[in-house]
Ligand binder design. Sequence first.
Ligand SMILES: [Mg+2]
Length: 139
Amino acid sequence: MKKRVAFDLDETLGRPLIEGNKIIGFSERTGMRGILEKVGKKYEIVIWTVSKRSYLDKILKSGLDKYFQQTYSWDEISCNWKDIRKIKADYLIDDSPHHKQEASKFALESFYILVPSYGSIEDQNDPLLWVRLIHQVLL
Ligand SMILES: [Mg+2]
């Protein structure tokens, strides 16, 4: 059986393109499709966001849905930290250090891959750093 890898959505894979108060698409960060294709060959990949289902569905429709076997939003799992055991994932990739910090209380931190936030200074200086961090652990 393939191991499961969960990806956070916002600022991990990209960010929504908003016009007025409408979501009109998704701004993908550099290397997003490539890394999803590579990781997706070896693992089952899912999205886990703490945003609402209605928001997630809009983003998925912009062409992301084909990559993910399952998707989880706040509507299905409301939690203050992403415990990978809750969705039977083996890894979580997220730009927020919060989840990894909480996981360390259960000695699970090595299963959390922290990536720089899309658009952060670190990301602007090295837009493919996040891809290399994922590679190092998963590929
Ligand atoms: Mg995020």
